[in-house]
Write a new protein. Sequence first.
Length: 120
Amino acid sequence: MKSIPKQAQVVIIGGGVIGCSVAYHLTRLGWKDVVLLERKELTCGTTWHAAGLVGQLRATKNMTKLAQYTSELYATLEEETGQATGFKQNGSISVAPDVERFEELKGEPRWPNVLAWKSR
């Protein structure tokens, strides 16, 4: 294990998806003095339980755009970093087990039409 620096421009506590994302984006912006602290292994907590769940349709236009950006980022990370990610896009399907869920699904936003969604 590397020793922890005595100071840094930014210290991020927690190596889940949010902490890793903040560190990644700060370094992409040119920050050099970024420290990420995780007590065990990266993404071993709550993030691990949701591994593979990269749904792209959200309740608002901005959240849908953010999810779309994330999906596009994940698709390029392995090539950019040289680290195997295992990311594979397969799509998804929603099934309504009852009438209430069916009505809920019918009311979900149709952002693909609004955002000129790219089919893959």
